[in-house]
Design a protein around this ligand. Structure first.
Ligand SMILES: Cc1ncc(COP(=O)(O)O)c(C=O)c1O
Length: 392
C-alpha cells in the first residue's frame, strides 16, 4: 500500500472506529490521524504542528486520495516548464460544468477569485454588499484597494436575509460594484436555498454582478440547495467561485477557479496571477474524476459532524445546523480567550467571527481530532442541563 493510500485509508478507518463501525479496520488506524498540512495558523508553532488537532481552517483532514497523489507524482517531470502541459485542467473543469473553457478562470485557490473579482468590479470607490459574518476575505480585499463593504446582519436562525439584501442592493445601486453571497455561508454553515438565490438575482438591479462563493458546495445534503452555475449559462451576471481546497483536500497546493460569462472572465483575467503549479493542475484533473473518494469524504464529514454536535448538545451546548465541514457551537463566553485555552490543550479552533463572538467555529477533523476536541471542551466548559441546548 502506498504512503498516500495508507494515509487516506488510515483517516477513514479512524473515522469509522470513532463511529463504532467495526474493529477489522483498526489495522489501518495507525495511518496518519492528524491534519494534512496547510499553513500554520492560530498560534500553533510550526515545529509542533503535527501534535495539534487542526480544527480551525475547514481543511480536509484526510488528505488527497491515491488517484490525485499519483497524478501529481506523474507531473513532476513538467516542473521545469512554465504553464504546460497542464493535463487539460481548464477543458475538464468546463466539461464538468457544461460550460466552455472561455467561461473558466483558473486561480491559485478560490481566494484569488475573491481578490480578482474585487479588483475588477470595485473601481472608483464602488462597494461590495454582503452579510456579516461571512468569509471576510472579500471585505478585507475591498479595504486593501480603498473600497468598502456594506455589511448586513444575518437574519433569523443565522441565515442570510435575502429580502434585506435585495432592499440594500436597490437602495445603494449607484454605489455598488457587486454583491457577495457565500453559499453555504462560512462561518455559520447555513445554505441559501435555490429559491432564495433566484429571488435575489431577480430582485437586485439588472446587470448587478453577484459573486457566489461555493467553496463548501460538495458537503451540502439538502434538497433545497442547488449550485448557481446554471445562471452563468442563462447569461446572468453571476460569478461562481469554486475550490479544490475542501472536498479535494488540496488546500496547500492552491487551486480554484471562477465560472462566469466570457465578458466577465475577460474583465477579471488581467488581475489574476496566472501562476498555477504544474503538479496541482494534474491533481485537479484526477480529483474531478474521483467522485468515489469525494463521496467517502462527504460521508465521513457528515457522520462525524452529527456525532460531535450530538455530543455537544447532550452536554448542554447549542450548535447551529450546518451543511458544511464545520459547525458553530454557542459557548456563551467571548471566544478569544477560549481559543487560547483550546490551544493550551493542543486543539486549534476557529478564529473570532464578529459579531458572533460567543460562538466557536469547529472544523470537522479526523475521529481522533474530534475526540480530542470533546475532551478539551469538557475540561474547559461545565456541563449544562440538556434543556438549555434549545433549538438544535
Ligand atoms: C467560503 C470560502 N471561500 C473561499 C475560501 C478560500 O479558499 P482557497 O483559497 O483555499 O480556495 C475559503 C477558505 O476557507 C472559504 O471558507
Amino acid at each position: 500500500m502506498s504512503v498516500s493510500r495508507r494515509s487516506f485509508v488510515g483517516g477513514f478507518a479512524a473515522a469509522l472506529g470513532y463511529l463504532g463501525v467495526g474493529n477489522e479496520i483498526d489495522l489501518f488506524a495507525q495511518g496518519r490521524t492528524q491534519g494534512a498540512g496547510g499553513a500554520a495558523r492560530a498560534g500553533a508553532a510550526t515545529n509542533d504542528y503535527d501534535s495539534f488537532a487542526h480544527l480551525s481552517s475547514n481543511e480536509n483532514c484526510w488528505g488527497p486520495p491515491d488517484s490525485v497523489m499519483k497524478a501529481m507524482n506523474n507531473a513532476w517531470k513538467y516542473s521545469n516548464r512554465y504553464g504546460y502541459p497542464d493535463g487539460g485542467i481548464v477543458q475538464d473543469i468546463a466539461k464538468h460544468h457544461g460550460v466552455k473553457p472561455e467561461n473558466i478562470l483558473l486561480t491559485a485557490g478560490s481566494g484569488e477569485v475573491l481578490d480578482v473579482v474585487g479588483t475588477a468590479f470595485l473601481p472608483a470607490g464602488k462597494k461590495v454588499l454582503g452579510v456579516e459574518p461571512t468569509y471576510s476575505t472579500v471585505y478585507q480585499h475591498a479595504t486593501s484597494i480603498k473600497s468598502t463593504a456594506i455589511k448586513l446582519p444575518l437574519g433569523k436562525d443565522y441565515r442570510q436575509d435575502i429580502p434585506a439584501m435585495i432592499k440594500a442592493a436597490n437602495a445603494n445601486a449607484a454605489q455598488l460594484g457587486f454583491v457577495y453571497l457565500c453559499n453555504p455561508n462560512n462561518p455559520t454553515g447555513q445554505i441559501v436555498t435555490a429559491t432564495e438565490v433566484k429571488q435575489l438575482l431577480d430582485g437586485i438591479p439588472a446587470g448587478m454582478p453577484v459573486l457566489i462563493d461555493e467553496a463548501y458546495h460538495h458537503f451540502v445534503d439538502n434538497a433545497e440547495y442547488a449550485t448557481s452555475v446554471p445562471y452563468v449559462l442563462e447569461g446572468r451576471p453571476v460569478i461562481i467561485a469554486r475550490t479544490f481546497s475542501k472536498i479535494a483536500a488540496l488546500a496547500g497546493m492552491r487551486l480554484g477557479y471562477a465560472i462566469a460569462s466570457k465578458e466577465m472572465i475577460d474583465k477579471m483575467r488581467p488581475y489574476s496571477m496566472g501562476s498555477i503549479n504544474a503538479l496541482v493542475k494534474h491533481g485537479g484533473v484526477a480529483a474531478l474524476k474521483d467522485t468515489a473518494s469525494q463521496a467517502n469524504v462527504k460521508k465521513m464529514v457528515l457522520d462525524l459532524r452529527k456525532k460531535t454536535t450530538s455530543e455537544l448538545n447532550a452536554y448542554g451546548y447549542e450548535t447551529i445546523p450546518s451543511e458544511t465541514n464545520f459547525f458553530m457551537v454557542h459557548i456563551g463566553r467571548e471566544i478569544q480567550p477560549v481559543i487560547q485555552e483550546f490551544l493550551a490543550k493542543k486543539v486549534q479552533v476557529g478564529r473570532p467571527f464578529p459579531p458572533m463572538t460567543t460562538h466557536m467555529r469547529v472544523s470537522i477533523g479526523t475521529a481522533d481530532e474530534m475526540a480530542q476536541l470533546m475532551t478539551a471542551f469538557k475540561e474547559i466548559f461545565p456541563q449544562k442541563s440538556r434543556n438549555t441546548a434549545a433549538g438544535v
